[in-house]
Design a protein around this ligand. Sequence first.
Ligand code: CA2
Length: 148
Amino acid sequence: MRILFLNGPNLNLLGTREPEKYGKLTLADIEARVRAKAVGMGLDVEFRQTNIEGELVTWIQEAQGRFDVIVLNAAAYTHTSVAIRDAIAAVQVPTIEIHLSNVHAREEFRHVSLIAPVCRGQIAGFGAGSYELALEASVIVKVAQKGA
Ligand code: CA2
């Protein structure tokens, strides 16, 4: 089973600034944790980050036929991007929305996710654990698909 982890704008800064909000781990540290857990679960993962909205759109489109599940931390684009929402809706790849922070406990503009309605579900507020939990969620999504 192949899982594509996509990370949006400014997540390349993780671990270098604002540790009180997003933790001390870098994105590479989080990737290492996810990879270690994925090996134990027999899962294949790919990890990418971009600051460019259109690049996320292209990667989502290209995931069709190549990945079983997309795990997406769209960062600020979560709250603004119709283009990313349309891309998720256009592909047949189940997508799980994730966030490090509990977006619902933060500013009101972060309570709105334009992508949530087209995602399979949302994991938020567990720091790097949100990424690890997304592996479990991916397996659940796949098992549910097989049973359908
Ligand atoms: O909690 C999350 O994972 C977010 O997706 C992070 C986004 C934010 O816009 C979303 O509302 C919630 C921000 C990512 C910015 O990451 C930084 C990391 C270090 C320093 C500055 C920004």
